[in-house]
Design a protein around this ligand. Structure first.
Ligand SMILES: Cc1cc2nc3c(=O)[nH]c(=O)nc-3n(C[C@H](O)[C@H](O)[C@H](O)COP(=O)(O)OP(=O)(O)OC[C@H]3O[C@@H](n4cnc5c(N)ncnc54)[C@H](O)[C@@H]3O)c2cc1C
Length: 371
């Protein structure tokens, strides 16, 4: 299994519980620790530290699962052979769960002049930059879609408003938000309307349907895809995403991601599955969908061993929590595959949902890392 993120951790946990006495799962990841996507916003706005949010892979102790810290350097999907910086593996079943990488070169100037907040390093860096920003124009800009966790840039705008308000400098600052999508959360008009209302009340300028094409770091200007120039004093960016290079080089991708049968997460290669952000399964790129896909693949593999029922098709359902600022958390319940239409049901912010988001993180931490 390649990648110990949301998808890989969920799948290996489920296989360990169900058939850990019978299978050998090798889970390969290049890093030492897992970090929830939403923790990056917490780090960036100084609500916690980078150390606090790192969940150490050394704590993963699951029967039948061996987690190795290696970098995958080549994948041969036909032979189900994986090469890493430390050796090679042959598998009966290969699951690619390597997530999405950031294509910094796709937005010239972003690496030099911008501050992206989608990586751990970017969020940590911004934790030092945001407290220094006290006047001028803050621009939150997304380079392209699809990108992870579609509500996250909206959350960033609202949390920035809070941070500036708390320091008493909001009146000296302008916040704008450029998004390639027509609305903040397109599958849920109600969620979008609620976020637009919040932007309006807080004086956040929302610029939909535009991409950030490049950043002129010297002039501190963002160039949008309609040739508009937006000058900024602080840029908070979301880079273009794509599958990791090693996946693209394996010849298994189309249009930047791994095509799969959305019902089964199978690729066109026998015994090879792709789950989560690396795959095109017709669902948004978010941890909850990687988890849901992992559940379907786990149940299928367990059924193949004669230890359970064959699962129904992947339903593409998942709930995403949304920070509305001032400690308020809402939720959107997405259903992309189970019915004839994509739906997104909005649950307005409430104290119950704030607690539920906490529980979401705590329960995964316990399930994947123990303790
Ligand atoms: C700011 C932000 C907020 C978010 N908020 C939410 C949220 O509230 N809810 C939600 O559900 N999702 C959220 N997400 C999205 C979520 O983090 C991702 O969609 C999710 O992690 C995808 O899971 P995955 O298993 O596909 O990939 P990942 O979790 O990204 O895991 C991929 C793993 O592969 C490893 N890897 C990559 N390349 C290699 C290689 N060559 N060799 C070895 N290992 C490699 C990586 O180290 C990584 O551990 C957010 C993301 C961001 C950035």
């Amino acid at each position: 299994m390649l990648g110990a993120g949301f998808g890989g951790l969920e799948l290996s946990s489920l296989l360990s519980e169900a058939v850990g006495d019978e299978v050998e799962v090798t889970l390969i990841d290049r890093t030492d620790a897992f970090v929830f996507g939403f923790s990056k916003l917490d780090v960036m706005f100084g609500r916690t530290t980078p150390e606090e949010v790192r969940l150490d892979y050394a704590d993963v102790a699951k029967p039948g699962v061996r987690l190795v810290k290696e970098t995958v350097t080549a994948i041969d999907p036909e032979a189900r052979r994986v090469t890493t910086d430390a050796g090679a593996y042959e598998a009966d079943v290969l699951v690619i769960a390597l997530g999405a990488d950031y294509d910094m070169d796709a937005t010239p100037g972003l690496a030099e002049g911008g501050n992206e907040f989608y990586s751990e390093a970017g969020a940590e860096r911004l934790a030092g930059v945001i407290p220094e920003f006290s006047e001028g124009h803050a621009l939150i800009g997304v380079s392209d879609a699809p990108f992870k966790c579609p509500p996250a840039p909206s959350e960033c705008a609202l949390l920035l408003h809070d941070a500036l308000t708390a320091r008493g400098v909001r009146d000296a600052c302008r916040i704008s938000f450029v998004l390639p999508l027509p609305s903040p959360v397109p599958p849920s008009p109600e969620t979008s309307a609620a976020l637009l209302k919040e932007f309006d009340e807080r004086g956040i300028d929302f610029i939909p349907g535009r991409r950030v094409g490049s950043i002129d770091a010297e002039r501190s200007v963002a160039l949008l895809d309609d040739d508009t120039e937006l000058a900024f004093d602080l840029f908070l960016g979301v880079p273009k995403h794509r599958a990791p290079d090693v996946v693209i080089e394996s010849g298994i991708t189309e249009g930047g991601y791994v095509p799969v049968d959305p019902a089964t997460l199978r690729t066109r290669f026998e015994g090879v599955y792709a789950i989560g952000d690396v795959a095109t399964a017709g669902v948004p790129k978010a941890g909850v969908f990687a988890e849901g896909a992992a559940r379907v693949v786990a149940r299928h593999l367990v059924a193949e061993l004669g230890r359970g029922e064959e699962p129904g098709p992947y339903d593409g359902r998942g709930s995403c929590y949304i920070e509305f600022g001032e400690g308020r958390v809402g939720r959107v319940d997405i259903d992309f595959l189970s019915g004839p239409e994509k739906t997104g049901t909005f649950n307005p912010p409430s104290t119950e949902l704030t607690a539920e988001k906490q529980e979401f993180g705590t329960s995964r931490r316990a399930r994947w890392f123990g303790g």
